[in-house]
Each structure stands twice: as C-alpha cells, then as structure tokens.
Design a protein around this ligand. Sequence first.
Ligand code: ZN
Ligand code: ZN
Length: 363
Amino acid sequence: MIFVEEERRVVLGIRKYLKENGLDAIIVSSWQNVYYCSSFTGYGDALLLITGDKKFIITDSRYYVQAGKQAGDYTLVKNSCWNLKAMTDLIAQEGVKKVAYEDLAVLHTMFVNYFERLGVELSGAGDLFLKSRIIKTPEEIAKVEAACDLASAALERTFKYIKAGITEIELAARLEYEMRTAGADKPSFDTIIASGVRGSMPHGTASDKVIEKGDGVTIDFGAFFGGMCSDMTRTVFVGEPSAKMREIYEVVKEAQQTAIDGYKPGMKGKDLDKLARDVIVDHGYGEYFGHSLGHGVGIDVHEGVSVSPGSELVLEKGMIFSVEPGIYVPDLGGVRIEDLVTIGDDGKLRMITKAPVRDLLIF
Ligand code: ZN
Ligand code: ZN
C-alpha cells in the first residue's frame, strides 16, 4: 500500500495541474498510475476520475471489497471500467467538460473507442506522472529498499543450489520461490539466468541449458514487493573461471565502483554513464558494452531516469536508478553487476542494494 500521505501528495499535484491548465478532471487509466494515485491493485481493471474536489474509482464486482479497502477514500462507481456509459454519466453528473487523459499510456484503439466518444474536450497529460514518479519520497525509497533487501536475501538462500547439473530454469524457479515465500507479490520481470556462452546475451531469460563447471552465471532479477520493484544482477561462477572471464569480471566491477565513487551533484545521466564506460573502453572492451549504464526503478522496473550516453537528464535527489555496467563477448560469455542507488544527503550516491558482496564468487 502506498502511504496515505503519499496519495495525498500525488492527488494534490494532479489538482494543481488541472487548475493551472484550465481542466475539470483527469481520467487515470494505466494500472501503474491507478495504483500510484489510489493504492488499488486490481491491475488494469479500474479507472479513476479525479476532479478539483472529488475522486471516483470505477471497477466491477470482482473488486468491490478490494476497492473499499485499498481505495476507501474514492467514491466507488460499480461498473465495468471500460463501460462508456458509466463514465459519460459520471462526467455529466459532475459537469466535467475538459478532461486530461494519459496520452502516453493509452492505446490508439482505446482512444478511438472510448476517450473520443466521451463527448468532452480531451487534453494529453504528457509527462505529468513521469515527472512526479521520477522523484521518490523518503517513504518510497524505503519501499524500494525493502524490495531490494528481500531480493538480496532470496539470492543468498539460492546460492547453495548453484552448481553444475542444475538448469537455468530450475535455478530461476528456486530464486523466484525464495522471493515469493519471503513475501514478494511476484518477480519484477522475467528472471534472467544466462550461463556459459549464453552470458553474452545481456537479456537471456532462463533456458533449459544445464549449468556446467567453469560457467559464469549471470542472474538478473527483482522482487515486486509493497508496490515497488527491485532490480539487481550478479554474475557468479561454478568452478574456477578462465583467466579471461576473471579479467572481465574485475573490469566490470571497477567500472561500477568508478561510477559510484565518481558521482558529483549536478551530473547528467551521460556524465555518470561515461565514468563507467571509460573504464571499460580503456581496458579494450568498449565494443562489448552495448547498453546504457542505468535506468530508473519504481512501480515499473524501468521508469523515468536514463543513465545513458545521450542522457541530458540531471541526476537529482530522490531519484533511484541502477548502475549496471556489463561486458558481453560473443562465444565466450558475459558479466554484469547491477545495483540500485539513490543520492544521499551528503550529495554522494548511496547504495540501496546492500548485499550480496560484489566480489567474484565461485561455487
Ligand atoms: Zn536487472
Ligand atoms: Zn536493470
């Protein structure tokens, strides 16, 4: 559940936006922002109408009890959320004429079949939610931290299963079991386990490949817990790694640490990316680091912040983002180390992911 105070802050921000733009109401339709505004978790099965002084949630009979508990401060409109008449009646009742909608999240078919037929003047809300969600409150940071702690502990309990003979899928299932039994709602995304030469695929989801002695095993996973995502990656080894893989591991680790230590207030996403990238380039592996250094994390596992070579975004207090350099060499393997950070009161990057250690681990 989002804290009541958080919801108030979000709704206040929306009302300010409505007022400044001469709008009567907003229709919130994406599950992420329905959740962000109301704490309701019937993902995708509710719409919100927020006016200058009232808040409504439209959802069907599967969710009446749940909506009462999670979004009790919203007036419940009992109907299927995409029932056009439910919304047109509500709009007429409230005298709403100019309406903002989530133009960044609405599919074209939804726009044509629903929004355009509401008989109101529509205005795209643009980056309203993006701008709000990119800066986390201390409570939201604490929730991401809790999701990270849960995921870290689950990985540590999974370590004993990492050995030659187990398949990537079996390992992913064990890790997800450990997260679920610790309280996670679900994984934040499909667990990535890429071993041996498959490690050269940065987003290789777990396959039926058997993990063999000498393999590097890249494990990229997260827990969705308390409404927020965690995201972390560790590359561990089963048996002694080759000298080349050991070297690659140390370069990736140095790249990550260089970015973490080198952050300075006012830096843009591209500046932080460069700190890590330069280390990898200097060691001759530049062509094997093809993705950005990091991304924002929150209700979505990828949201807001971009830490990439082209990012002009100034990294600010309240942002949470990953620092995840990697080197992927075709036909050899790959290494990635990923942790989440935020900007601390001292103006330095503060680790949100606390464990396990980032030293090279051999099982
Ligand atoms: Zn990840
Ligand atoms: Zn990530």
